[in-house]
Ligand binder design. Structure first.
Ligand SMILES: Cc1cc2nc3c(=O)[nH]c(=O)nc-3n(C[C@H](O)[C@H](O)[C@H](O)COP(=O)(O)OP(=O)(O)OC[C@H]3O[C@@H](n4cnc5c(N)ncnc54)[C@H](O)[C@@H]3O)c2cc1C
Length: 808
């Protein structure tokens, strides 16, 4: 039969016919985009999807990622009824075992999280685990968690069902149709090119799996995706394997195990993966596999035989080796690109593409139609990753580590070992000399703490760096510390319409005089926080915005997209042009004076002004993210080292990110991705002090509605009674046994002498929050805490503005 001609026009073109493309098309059609088309250069599922082990494990690190899989599960279980096509959904649950105490804490933390997210997960004994998996050697198992809701699916059948559902609603699919070019005009998608002609469209969904980096480049978009080889062993039938079994996760052994046609399927995430250049696979790589690599797999076989002695006599069917794509931080890419409007990414699935695909396709379709995902998904937003992590060099180094970390214990403070030294602040050499222990944030090397003796031993208990961080906090509290804030995003907004533009975007009043600093949230039309920033008004027509280190790409894209035709505003990323030193502590004033800038002392709280340090120009802004008196001192990047020397000679000593983070939690200062996201409004977060209702601004209507309805959650501080408790954030909070909320950030509060956390709690469950006694579940152990609506340290902010006027 001749191929049907391509349409000249489609609202949305989905590129790629794996699980992500099929699910996105299905959901677009379901949302009423009946003219959406899918272009697949080979055949549907022929990339990675066809050979997937296709396990579906519900629990992810955040509620919204977990909800995507929960959605997948209900979709996979119900598609047959809707379409008549079975998906092969089998709900047999999964068991995670622990063979060392830290793994036990890890899986118990996961069980606690599951409870918080409404997923069933029960701690079971090694004996009970063995009962559910009789072939397992449980001699070294010290604990286990049983998750009854997990299952698996047949990936090809699933895609067939999705496609059937999409077609029945008008969507069309064109196989053997490679996209060879992407057409843009003025930074917007206008069409795609194929060997069979051009299709004009308003939006593209890029679901091209491991080929996405190159495919995105056709639209001048950075998509940091790189494949690794990924292995599972299949055996012929094994005695004792009858019917379907739960999935057995032995993450200490890097393994997952399940039955397959009466035999065993043993998959692994070995400690270091093998990257593979997608160009080596070529464009015709359809329904193909990579060669077996027994040398690479061998250590895993030893682990597998230890866990399943029956494997010793089992006959091997094959060692399946298929490529799968990974991203630099192990989370997938979903959402509109920063670079090109109408270009949406749905790729880099990090080996959970089948589990997540149902929900992720739904979220992507929603995003294409409504401009935002149905719930906040900043952990998947393509704009969270810097371009420096998208180079071939960085990706070939990082992707194998990401694969290796997939089953690692998620210790607090864990850092990436590969693809480092990509971006250094102008003070990097100073920090190396001070024996900094570095972490990577948005590609930047940031000092976490100083005086590092050796690589820290990671633990869920009190960390190795506890004392060093304590000393750095003490410096800032008792004398003066220097924090390197240079990686914070800096955006220049200038032009005759700069004031009106920012005033429309920001919830706070931005029409203050030059010399003022303004803290504000930028809200979306739903009233949720897209970003929080501090603006320095430099002149009538110029503002410099400081945003989070990892928020710069997203915030710039947001600002650009709000610009109206003809609005006279120029936006520029000045992050690398300037360094920022946070000089904080009671001796900051003497140090600034000794270094040549006594005039900084004349600045009131939330005021900024020019000065000179070591005869070089600086701008000091009297504000603080750590709650001590001082300035954020901005200077030209090339002057930073000399200015640092002058401040250090006058007595300031360095402090790192861990100290800053502990101090901001004591001060109840909020952080994007922890307390703030695009679903949370300033009302829940307690940021109403920075909302100026008198003006019209984006999100005001929604915020007013929320205010009238009343909020259901509120941010509180929790003070722990037990000094030895080690909360990390993301823990359930209960009130008289009932789920009451969740911690968002946690630390040891050195200035208050005990652990504390910030948390959202359900205001419908208690009318009086102040002083309320609650319990916090840390790895299934209960700790008592007391709520406060104020900051734990210096709630009135006396230390921030000694003798200065009240907050502007
Ligand atoms: C061994 C193995 C085991 C796995 N086990 C699991 C598991 O247990 N659970 C789980 O959830 N996930 C698992 N995964 C991962 C999962 O299979 C993938 O995440 C998922 O299949 C990726 O789907 P996708 O749609 O993103 O990519 P793909 O399935 O690769 O689809 C991309 C498609 O895009 C097409 N394409 C590329 N470029 C173009 C172009 N220019 N024009 C048109 N078409 C183009 C390709 O031909 C391909 O068909 C496993 C993966 C492997 C390798």
């Amino acid at each position: 039969m001749p191929e049907p001609p391509l349409p000249a026009q489609a609202s949305v073109v989905v590129i790629g016919g794996g699980i992500m493309g099929c699910s996105t098309l299905y959901h677009l059609a379901k949302l009423g985009v009946g003219d959406a088309i899918l272009l697949e250069r080979n055949q549907l599922t022929s990339g990675t999807t066809w050979h997937s082990a296709a396990q579906v494990r519900a629990l992810r690190s955040t509620r919204n990622l977990t909800d995507l899989i929960r959605y997948s599960v209900s979709l996979y279980a119900s598609l047959e009824e809707e379409t008549g096509q079975a998906t092969g959904w089998i709900n047999k649950g999964s068991i995670s075992i622990a063979t060392n105490p830290d793994r036990l804490v890890h899986i118990k933390r996961q069980a606690a999280l599951a409870r918080l997210f409404g997923i069933r997960a029960d701690s079971i004994s090694p004996g009970e685990a063995k009962e559910r998996w009789p072939l397992m050697n449980s001699a070294d198992v010290i604990g286990a968690v049983w998750s009854p809701d997990d299952g698996r699916v047949s990936p090809s059948d699933l895609c067939a069902a999705l496609v059937k559902g999409a077609r029945s609603r008008g969507a069309r699919i064109f196989e053997q149709t490679a996209v060879t070019g992407i057409l843009t005009e003025a930074g917007r998608i206008v069409g795609v090119e194929t060997a069979r002609g051009t299709v004009r469209c308003d939006a593209v969904a890029l679901c091209t799996g491991l080929w996405s980096r190159k495919a995105a480049a056709m639209a001048r978009v950075s998509a940091p995706v790189w494949p690794c080889e990924h292995f599972y062993l299949l055996t012929k039938p094994v005695p004792g394997v009858q019917g379907n079994l739960p999935t057995l996760s032995d993450h200490d052994g890097h393994l997952y195990i399940r039955d397959d046609s009466g035999g065993l399927l043993v998959g692994c995430f070995e400690p270091l993966g093998k990257p593979i250049d997608p160009d080596r696979l070529g464009e015709d790589f359809a329904f193909q596999l990579l060669p077996e690599d027994w040398d690479h797999f061998e250590p895993m076989i030893a682990n597998a035989m230890h866990r399943l002695p029956a494997l010793e006599t089992a006959e091997v069917k094959m060692l399946l080796n298929g490529p799968e794509s990974f991203t630099p931080d192990g989370s997938f890419l979903l959402g509109e690109s920063a670079e090109t409007r109408g270009f949406f990414l749905g790729c880099g699935m990090n080996s959970v593409g089948v589990a997540t695909g149902g929900g992720a396709g739904m979220a992507l379709a929603h995003c294409i139609l409504h401009g935002h995902t149905p719930t906040d998904l900043q952990e998947a937003d393509p704009k969270r990753l810097p371009d420096c992590l998208a180079s071939v060099e960085a990706l070939t180094a990082r992707a194998p580590e990401v694969l290796g970390k997939h089953y690692e214990i998620t210790y607090p403070g864990r850092q990436w070992a590969s693809a480092r030294q990509l971006r250094q602040t102008p003070l990097n050499e100073k920090w190396v000399a001070e024996k900094a222990h570095f972490g990577q944030v948005f590609g930047w090397e940031r000092p976490l703490y100083f005086d590092k003796a050796a690589e820290p031993a990671l633990t869920f208990g009190r960390p190795d760096w506890f004392d060093q961080v304590g000393q750095e906090v003490a410096r800032s509290h008792e004398s003066a510390a220097l924090f390197d804030l240079s990686s914070f995003g800096k955006i220049l907004v200038e032009g005759p319409d700069a004031e009106a533009f920012l005033d429309r975007l920001c919830a706070n009043d931005m029409r203050r005089a030059p010399g003022r600093a303004i803290y504000s949230a930028m809200l979306n039309p739903r009233g949720g926080v897209e970003s929080d920033l501090t603006a320095l008004r430099l002149s009538d027509e110029r503002y410099r915005l400081t945003v989070g280190t990892a928020a710069i790409k997203r915030d710039l894209a947001w600002l650009k997209r709000q610009l109206r035709d003809g609005e006279r505003v120029r936006l520029a990323d000045e992050t690398e042009a300037f360094a920022v030193l946070g000089l904080m502590g009671p001796e900051a004033a003497c140090i600034a004076a000794a270094a040549g800038a006594p005039e900084l002392n004349g600045l009131g709280y939330f005021r900024h002004g020019e000065a000179e340090i070591a005869e070089l120009p600086v701008r000091g802004a009297r504000l603080s993210y750590v709650g001590e008196a001082g300035w954020e001192i901005t200077c030209r990047a090339q002057d930073a080292a000399i200015i640092y020397d002058a401040l250090a000679a006058a007595g300031a000593r360095p402090a790192g990110l861990f100290a800053q983070s502990a101090m901001r939690i004591e001060k109840r200062f909020l952080a994007l991705g922890h307390e703030l996201d695009s679903d949370v409004t300033p009302l829940e977060a307690g940021l109403d002090f920075a909302v100026d209702w008198r003006r019209d601004f984006i999100g005001r209507e929604a915020l007013l509605r929320r205010r009238d309805e009343g909020v259901r959650e509120r941010l509180v501080t929790i003070l722990f009674g037990d000094r030895e408790a080690t909360p990390l954030g993301n823990e359930p909070v209960t009130l008289e046994g009932a789920l009451f909320g969740k911690t968002t950030s946690a630390a040891f509060g050195y200035r208050i002498g005990r652990p504390l956390a910030l948390a959202y709690v359900d205001t419908r469950m208690a009318s009086e929050l102040e002083g309320l006694r609650v319990e916090i579940d840390i790895a299934r152990e209960s700790f008592a805490g007391t709520l406060s609506l104020e900051a734990a340290f210096d709630p009135k902010g006396h230390r921030l503005r000694p003798g200065r006027p009240a907050l502007a």
